[in-house]
Design a protein around this ligand. Structure first.
Ligand SMILES: *Cc1c(COP(=O)(O)O)cnc(C)c1O
Length: 466
């Protein structure tokens, strides 16, 4: 065991780059004014005219809706929100994966940003906290929301607890069954949780009438949460990904990462993150993409890679067009890469990536070729999670393991070419409530993860429910 001698400790344990309390970002970064081309506006589905801010205020908080339409380059983070960030563990450390590098025998340097260390275990409180805070300031009493794997519901349950609001969560049925402890966490923070499709809403009942065993989907759960909000006077709906203001809140991740790289005198050649709705990817990369778009030398060559499941390939195989954010078709239309709102993606362990669409901002950057996308299979992802656990000693979320898989591939390509790239990925969450999935993998091998063949066929199939 290396101790005392810092160089050998570095070899053994890797590097941990910390920031102080005063280095916590003071602003959210808004990429909109720096974008190449013009972002397609959200549309009112009734007549395809641009949806006004008021259309968003019916669903979301007033401040969130204002930010959704804002062209300001940055938006101040309220002091109470910064305090809440500090309290739950921001700024978060950046680690260098020396042990993973040694295992891969790669000349590349691999870094990862730790968004797994807070009481919820993912990056999602970065937006849940300001959303709950804005709701409290607006005088709201409750939020309704959906959750896939449970991380978003947990984050909103936590944030509403902090600011004294009620929280009602519709949890995708397949995840509710796979991850019962996520429900327990939400309940412990004081939230109500319903498996979706549920009999609590008209839309849920309509889905159950067609298919009593529907595994549910994020799109369905969103519709149920919106319907529930519409039936409540002083409540709003809250979304944990996809929208501009949500992505903006996540930019605290990338701003910290940039400062951390500056401190150690490195600049990443490649930034990698998984994508469900696109928020952790955006949060991690947008501050860097902004610099690149402004022509800042240091990041002029930096590459940005979004990694999605082959089973839910919205960016790599979806169409770039207007679609609804939910399955019932209640939201404004968003221009995004989509598999179609009626597509119920197959069950995969990375429930947080099971969404038919993609954030308009991420979709736009993909269409402009500023970022690239790739899809990976579930067995590959679980193998990457296993390698990461055995080298770095952290059990990653299956969602985050999509990024790990891409980082490993990139490091192995460096081994072949001899390049010593600096690769960084976002560890968006831990996998401590995904042990059921990992157990299936360990006990039954990759054959337990049989969604692959079924899913690709399914994803390519014409739109429509299964
Ligand atoms: C929700 C979630 C994701 C996917 O959502 P994005 O909005 O694409 O970031 C990824 N990782 C974890 C751990 C999550 O909880």
């Amino acid at each position: 065991m290396a101790s005392g001698n810092s160089e050998s400790r570095e070899e053994f344990m890797g590097v941990k780059v910390m920031l102080g309390e005063d280095e916590l970002p003071k602003y959210y970064y808004n990429i909109k004014p720096d974008l190449p081309g013009k972002l397609a506006p959200p549309l009112d589905p009734r007549d395809n005219s641009p949806a006004p801010q008021a259309a968003f205020e019916a669903f979301f908080t007033r401040e969130g809706s204002r930010q959704e339409f804002s062209d300001e380059p940055r938006i101040a983070i309220p002091e109470e929100v910064r305090e809440a960030y500090y309290r739950f563990g921001r700024p978060t450390p950046l680690y260098r994966a020396k042990r993973l590098e040694a295992y891969l025998k790669t000349p590349a340097k691999i870094y990862y940003k730790r968004e797994d260390l807070n009481p919820c275990g993912s990056h999602k409180p970065n937006t849940a906290i300001p959303q709950a805070y804005y709701g409290m300031k607006q005088g709201l009493e409750a939020f309704t929301t959906e959750t896939g794997a449970g991380q978003w519901g947990t984050a909103l349950a936590y944030a509403t607890m902090l600011f004294g609001l009620k929280c009602i969560v519709f949890m995708v049925g397949s995840s509710y069954a796979q991850k019962p402890y996520r429900k327990t966490m939400m309940n412990m923070f004081g939230a109500q949780v319903h498996p979706s499709p549920s009999d609590k809403t008209q839309f849920g009942r309509s889905i159950l009438a067609k298919d009593p065993h529907s595994p549910g989907s994020l799109g369905i759960a969103i519709s149920e949460a919106i319907e529930t909000r519409m039936g409540m006077e002083n409540a709003r709906y809250s979304l944990g990904s996809v929208l501009n203001h949500v992505l903006m809140h996540q930019t605290v991740i990338g701003q910290e990462t940039m400062l951390q790289f500056e401190k150690i005198g490195e600049a990443p050649d490649q930034l990698i993150a998984c994508v469900g709705g696109g928020s952790n990817f955006a949060g991690f990369t947008f501050p860097f993409i902004g610099e690149k778009l402004k022509g800042k030398g240091e990041y002029a060559e930096t590459e940005f890679v979004a990694v999605e499941p082959e089973a839910v390939p919205s960016l790599t195989k979806g169409e770039f067009r207007y679609d609804f954010g939910d399955s019932a078709g209640t939201t404004p239309l968003l221009k995004m890469h989509t598999l179609g709102k009626d597509n119920t993606p197959p069950k995969i362990y990375a429930g947080g990536l099971r969404y038919h669409g993609m954030a308009p901002l991420v979709s736009h950057l993909a269409a402009e070729k500023v970022i690239s996308a790739r899809a990976v299979t579930e067995p590959e992802v679980f193998e990457a999670a296993s390698i990461f656990s055995k080298t770095e000693g952290i059990i990653p979320a299956p969602e985050s393991s999509h990024a790990i898989k891409a980082a490993i591939d990139s490091a192995l390509a460096c081994r072949r070419s001899g390049e010593s790239k600096v690769i960084a990925f976002n560890l968006s969450g831990h996998g401590l409530l995904d042990l059921g999935g990992y157990d299936d993998y360990l006990e039954r091998g990759v054959n337990a993860l049989s969604v692959r063949a079924q899913t690709v066929a399914h994803a390519r199939a014409p739109k429509g429910n299964r």
